[in-house]
Design a protein around this ligand. Structure first.
Ligand SMILES: [Fe+2]
Ligand SMILES: [Fe+2]
Length: 246
């Protein structure tokens, strides 16, 4: 399982990182399903629909404070604000996709420890989702209208990666994080220099993604074939170019 950013052997009980307790309401359905005892297809469907709705429609609650919290709001002209908003909308959409990838991979994971590790990793990514959401609000911008599409597509890709076996699935995490790191580096170059609040968030995310990738590799992730990595890059490009505007 993953603790402190590490994939290790033994799982711990599923709990909210924000509260330290098992989530209430829809989370109870989900946790019930996590036992995987006498599960029906309907149980799984309800649990996944519940998680998707909470990711897409509810406010994300971070476990860690926003890394930009101590910085003042920079004076941005309209053009700079719109550009920052477009980039942060892309990053928010990427975090929606990250949630879906992890859930899809967890659904089809073969090993219970790996499945729990993936669920915990997705809990860690909630911080990124919440910080991007907050920054979009500050920039007076909305999230991508296509978030349900990014979630559905990423969930399907994650489920496929999981079905190919746990080593491939962890390798997929490692490759995804490697590409996300490159993408965040590019966004740090493109953000308006004065937008230090967005910068601070992306810098922290980049550090976290590097750690996630290293952890997946250390957990046994297999290198992916070149064409698969290229296809992943192409898919990410479609999302990043569209979410900037939509
Ligand atoms: Fe992330
Ligand atoms: Fe990550």
């Amino acid at each position: 399982m993953r603790k402190g950013g590490q994939f290790t052997e033994r799982p711990e009980p599923l709990q909210s990182r924000a509260t330290g307790k098992r989530p209430a309401g829809g989370g109870a359905i989900y946790n019930e399903c996590m036992t995987r005892k006498s599960l029906t297809g309907l149980d799984l469907l309800l649990a996944e629909a519940d998680r998707a709705l909470r990711t897409l429609a509810a406010a994300a609650h971070p476990a860690r404070p926003n890394p930009a919290a101590d910085l003042p709001e920079p004076p941005l002209d309209d053009q700079a604000r719109r550009h920052s908003a477009g980039l942060m909308r892309v990053n928010h959409a990427g975090e929606i996709a990250a949630q879906a990838l992890y859930q899809g991979q967890a659904l089809t994971a073969r090993n219970a420890d790996v499945r729990d590790s993936l669920r915990h990793a997705s809990d860690e990514e909630v911080d990124h989702l919440a910080w991007c959401e907050e920054r979009l609000r500050e920039l007076d911008a909305r999230p991508s209208l296509l978030n349900p599409l990014w979630y559905a597509g990423s969930f399907a890709i994650g489920a496929l990666a999981g079905a190919l076996g746990d080593r491939v699935s962890l390798g997929f995490v490692a490759e995804t994080e490697r590409q996300v790191e490159g993408h965040l580096h590019e966004h740090l170059e493109r953000l308006p220099r004065e937008d230090q609040r967005s910068r601070r968030i992306l810098e922290q995310m980049k550090q976290d993604e590097v750690r996630h990738g290293e952890s997946a590799r250390a957990g046994g992730g297999a290198p992916l074939p070149g064409p698969v990595s290229a296809l992943m890059r192409l898919t990410a490009q479609v999302m990043t170019r569209t979410a900037y505007w939509l």
